[in-house]
Design a protein around this ligand. Sequence first.
Ligand SMILES: C[S@@+](CC[C@H](N)C(=O)[O-])C[C@H]1O[C@@H](n2cnc3c(N)ncnc32)[C@H](O)[C@@H]1O
Length: 232
Amino acid sequence: MPEPAQNDRLREEFNRWAEAGRGEGMEHDHLPIVLPVLDRLSLAPTDNILDVGCGAGWLARLLAEQVPEGRVVGIDISDQMIRRARRKHSELDNVMFAVGEAEEIPWDANFFDRVISVESAYYWPDPRRALREIFRVLIEGGSAWLLINYYLDNPHAHQWAEALTVPAHLLSADDWSAMFRESGFAGVQHARIPDPTPAPETYQGRWFRDAAQLRAFREQGALLVHGAKPRL
Ligand SMILES: C[S@@+](CC[C@H](N)C(=O)[O-])C[C@H]1O[C@@H](n2cnc3c(N)ncnc32)[C@H](O)[C@@H]1O
């Protein structure tokens, strides 16, 4: 179980991101790697979906369009992200947002058809516990989908460790897959999702050394890990 101090630190950091408007900004950055994953989810209109670490809720909005007879729930450790997500999406009647931790999901067991999480899992203080929680809230035959850009097999993101102000796990595709299997998931697979966005001529941000590194990072792509809760 994560120390309360670890969670406080995450909450404070991502509340700062929310207040700076970065929750909404992530739609632009993450959409190119999320769209191919949405295609793979094979959603039915009645599906119930959980988005763990939902940020400002843009993905919940996209998912809600695909499950008009189901429900989308977004949870996030940052109360400020959730406040903004609720404010922005109050007109959607099949979406709700709740403050909650991946390690203790505030929902009943055996409810969701799909669980998705984008660019959040490497921050979870106890990813093993979080995966067991995701397994718990899935129905039998449901599946979990984690998409992350910070992982061991893509060296072009390793420098993020110095730029991030909260701890993050630098794990390989095999490490994540093993954790899925240890949590009970079957049919565990992983894939790379390249980002086709053309890199700019020059780069002056703080996440990459230069435009060439940003290009290489996008070519290597995000890591997608997924698995299913077996039917008994
Ligand atoms: C980089 S942002 C990504 C947000 C969103 N998925 C997106 O793509 O725009 C990471 C999010 O994960 C959330 N987060 C980090 N650790 C968490 C945890 N243990 N439980 C729930 N949410 C967490 C943060 O508050 C933040 O909103």
